[in-house]
Design a protein around this ligand. Structure first.
Ligand SMILES: [Zn+2]
Length: 61
């Protein structure tokens, strides 16, 4: 999978098999295995770390 969404738009995430589980706390959920995780968001700025969208179980990594 060559996709690498730089922003957290829902359509981008869906392409890599991820859905936004909770938009308020920005938790993500893997469509494949149902794993829920919250990516670390820096307190300053809106940059997410590289691979924040990857399932901890490696479904889409
Ligand atoms: Zn998964």
């Amino acid at each position: 999978m060559g996709a690498n969404p730089k922003n957290c738009s829902e359509s981008q995430l869906r392409k890599v098999g991820v859905e936004i589980h909770c938009p308020h706390t920005f938790k993500l959920q893997c469509v494949k295995c149902g794993q829920i995780w919250s990516p670390n968001i820096p307190s300053r700025g809106s940059r997410l770390h590289n691979g924040y969208w990857k399932c901890p179980n490696g479904c889409n990594g």
